[in-house]
Design a protein around this ligand. Structure first.
Ligand code: TUI
Length: 314
């Protein structure tokens, strides 16, 4: 049994978070992960506050276990959603793509445990000072919006910069990778891409098939020109977006190209125009199973690897 400061802090069985994925992580997936003993997380993405409130209530109807909400801070609705999570008193809030400083006092007063996703030591230290309960150190192997450093380098840097628990994210889908994260000083792991294969994950069949069939050089990073690098599966959309980035079109035109592309991937399974966000570990995700089975097997495989590591020592 893996017992760590994060299982104790949150009262969860396994130190396994399901990352908030825009358009994907709904109340149904989050509840399934929490019922399986991990921490399920509903993603706000760019959705309005009413959607987030509905999904919170759905999750509450499906589980008595703690779950979280991820707020994407570039969302035009971030302020409203920040109020909704406080009103609904969700157990945990995670944040992404920015600095949640201005909401921290309100969330703490509502009794929420705030666990920001960070991609640098400076933001990690600031979050600790602002009262974060833990931080998620997310390396650039991840899918979606990414920072510059890899998990291998970012996690130990953040572990040595703060005293609060650190959860590792980015590049984790197997027990070997989970064990590596613990060796780097993390006390929990967060996975997004592996949960795309969960039976309770309501993405298009096209998206699921792409993940299950992905191979080693299956992802690419676009969006650097606009300052928001994003990792996705190589696809007609991502290749034409990349071409546009190196062309003379304006930033506004470039931005307009991506509008609606996530929905086209997740909901419509549109192979031509969809943006299929995924981490590099897509190459290691080869079968569909229940969310509970993913949580249990990654925790057990991680534990087995950690125990087995001593075989090299004489
Ligand atoms: O947020 C994510 N992943 C995401 S968000 C998203 S929606 C989106 N789509 C297009 C463009 C931008 C967003 C898809 N995937 N992961 C967590 C994460 N947070 N990664 C990196 C960061 C981060 C970046 C900067 C956290 C803090 C931060 O601080 C900013 C600052 O003020 O220095």
């Amino acid at each position: 049994m893996l017992v760590t400061p994060i299982t104790e802090l949150l009262g969860i069985k396994y130190p396994v978070f399901q990352g908030g994925m825009a358009w994907i992580s709904d109340g149904k997936l989050a509840a399934a992960v929490s019922n399986g003993g991990g921490l399920g997380i509903i993603a706000s993405g760019n959705a309005p506050a009413s959607y987030v409130r509905d999904e919170i209530r759905k999750a509450k109807s499906l589980t008595d276990k703690p779950f979280g909400v991820n707020i994407m801070l570039l969302s035009p609705y971030a302020d409203e959603i920040a109020d909704v999570v406080a009103e609904e008193k969700v157990a945990v809030v995670t944040t992404g793509a920015g600095n949640p400083q201005k909401y921290m006092k309100m969330w703490k007063e509502a009794g929420i445990k705030v666990i920001p996703v960070v991609a640098s030591t400076a933001i990690a230290k600031l979050m600790e000072r602002m009262g974060a309960s833990a931080v998620i150190a997310e390396g650039g192997e991840s899918g979606g919006h990414i920072g510059e450093l890899t998990t291998m380098v970012l996690v130990p840097l953040i572990v040595s910069s703060v005293s609060i628990p650190v959860i590792a994210a980015g590049g984790i889908a197997t027990g070997e990778q989970g064990a590596a994260a613990f060796m780097l000083g993390a006390v929990g792991i967060q996975m997004g891409t592996r949960f795309l294969s969960a039976d309770e994950c309501s993405i298009s069949e096209v998206y699921k098939e792409k993940i299950l069939k992905a191979s080693d050089r299956c992802t690419m990073v676009t969006g650097k020109r606009l300052g928001h690098p994003v990792r996705s599966l190589k696809s007609p959309f991502s290749r034409s977006y990349e071409k546009a980035e190196y062309s003379s079109i304006s930033d506004d035109e470039l931005e307009a190209l991506a509008v609606g592309a996530l929905r086209k991937a997740v909901v419509d399974g549109d192979n031509e125009n969809g943006c299929f966000l995924a981490g590099q570990v897509a190459a290691l995700v080869n079968k569909s199973e229940s969310a509970a089975s993913i949580v249990k097997s990654i925790a057990e495989d991680t534990e087995k690897c950690l125990k087995g590591a001593s075989k090299w020592i004489r």
